[in-house]
Design a protein around this ligand. Structure first.
Ligand SMILES: Cc1cc2nc3c(=O)[nH]c(=O)nc-3n(C[C@H](O)[C@H](O)[C@H](O)COP(=O)(O)O)c2cc1C
Length: 350
């Protein structure tokens, strides 16, 4: 590639590659909303969602029922967007959601190892932290070892295996001094793991506490979609409660994240860090989810696409894009800092 073309690389450059590489195979419309069409009659879901994709659709549609209120007549301040989590600084309150499965879901385009590297190094270069997931097509410790190679800068989210297996993996997280570790409790419904005959389990409150107690590292429980479960996570001693329905991948006909987040936040805010994802694509979406009660907002599919088509560089560019729009949305809604992002800046339209 010529020097001129290298300079011309921007998000559209990578977006167009993603369109060409992924559009047909995944039935992903790749239009600005980045909504992927649902699984079709048992065929692989690609980047899509389970069943008729109603849970994914609900995430997108409910989030966008909320509108940001403009509030301009006041003293001008540059918005303070930085925050921290688990003792690490974040340039903006945004991290990469745990994604995995290039072989099974993303056309086997690159190795899972390179995919995780793009997500975690791209996040680090920007000033954030990338999470990675756990796929039956690769060793369970892959996310942990790639994070280790990135100076520990990353967060592996592991499937709900047996307690014995999880405790072993948590020990490796400690040995490699990885920032934190999590379990996606909703991964128990994963079609891939079921198809590979690898058992996953629901977990009791006792088992959550056992996992928290077996490590000095911060523990995250992901896949929380009810106040009842959120309270159990807060009581377990975990460091973060991750509100998510996995982008609608395990279960169709589920509730939207934007529908449950405000009630969960009312109950556990201030007691434990609240993470949330679900159809977040822009900095405007980020401000909305912060206002609904999240401390840090996570982005899944777009960063996954960027990592497969452009690695570290494209992932970093996506974070930059989100940052620019977050700044604009804070200025336009009168938010000088992240504490100003409350329900007061939202109006719900139907
Ligand atoms: C292809 C793909 C693979 C995923 N793999 C995992 C995984 O291994 N572990 C996990 O916790 N979540 C996984 N997720 C769910 C994401 O972490 C996240 O919850 C979801 O993508 C958020 O929604 P968004 O894509 O609309 O931003 C995956 C999602 C996709 C699209």
């Amino acid at each position: 590639m010529s020097e001129k073309n290298l300079k011309n690389r921007d998000l559209n450059y990578f977006y167009n590659i993603a369109r060409n590489l992924l559009e047909d195979f995944y039935n992903c419309d790749c239009k600005p909303g980045w909504i992927c069409t649902p699984e079709k009659f048992g065929a692989t879901m690609g980047l899509g969602a389970a069943g008729q994709g109603k849970t994914f659709e609900a995430n997108y549609n409910t989030l966008h029922q909320y509108r940001l209120k403009m509030n301009l007549i006041k003293a001008h301040h540059e918005p303070e967007m930085s925050t921290s989590i688990f003792g690490k600084d974040l340039t903006i309150p945004v991290m990469g959601a745990s994604v995995s499965g290039v072989k099974l879901s993303i056309n086997d385009i690159i190795s899972e190892d390179d995919f995780y590297w793009g997500l975690m190094k791209g996040a680090r270069d920007f000033g954030s932290i990338g999470m990675v997931g756990n796929t039956p097509a690769c060793p369970d410790d892959l996310g942990i070892t790639v994070a280790g190679r990135n100076g520990g800068w990353g967060i592996p989210i592991i499937k709900p295996h047996s307690q014995e297996e999880l405790i072993k993996l948590f020990q490796l997280v400690e040995e490699l001094d990885v920032i934190a570790v999590g379990v996606d409790l909703d991964g128990v419904g994963s079609q891939f793991w079921n198809a590979h005959g690898k058992p996953l389990y629901r977990k009791t409150e006792h088992e959550l506490r056992e996992l928290v107690d077996c490590t000095e590292k911060p523990v995250i429980f992901k896949g929380i979609m009810s106040v009842e479960d959120a309270v159990k996570v807060a009581d377990s001693g975990a460091s973060a409660c991750y509100v998510s329905n996995h982008g609608g991948r395990p279960m169709d006909c589920g509730q939207a994240v934007a529908d449950v987040l405000p009630d969960i936040a009312k109950e556990i805010s201030g007691k434990i860090i609240i993470l949330a994802d679900g159809a977040v694509r822009t900095g405007f979406d980020v401000l909305t989810v912060l206002a609904l009660g999240a401390d840090v907002v996570l982005i899944g599919r777009p960063l996954a696409m960027m990592s497969v088509v452009g690695g570290v560089e494209a992932v970093k560019l996506y974070y930059e894009y989100v940052k620019d729009d977050l700044r604009t949305s804070m200025i336009m809604t009168g938010c000088d800092n992240l504490q100003d992002a409350t329900m007061e800046i939202l109006v719900r339209s139907r």
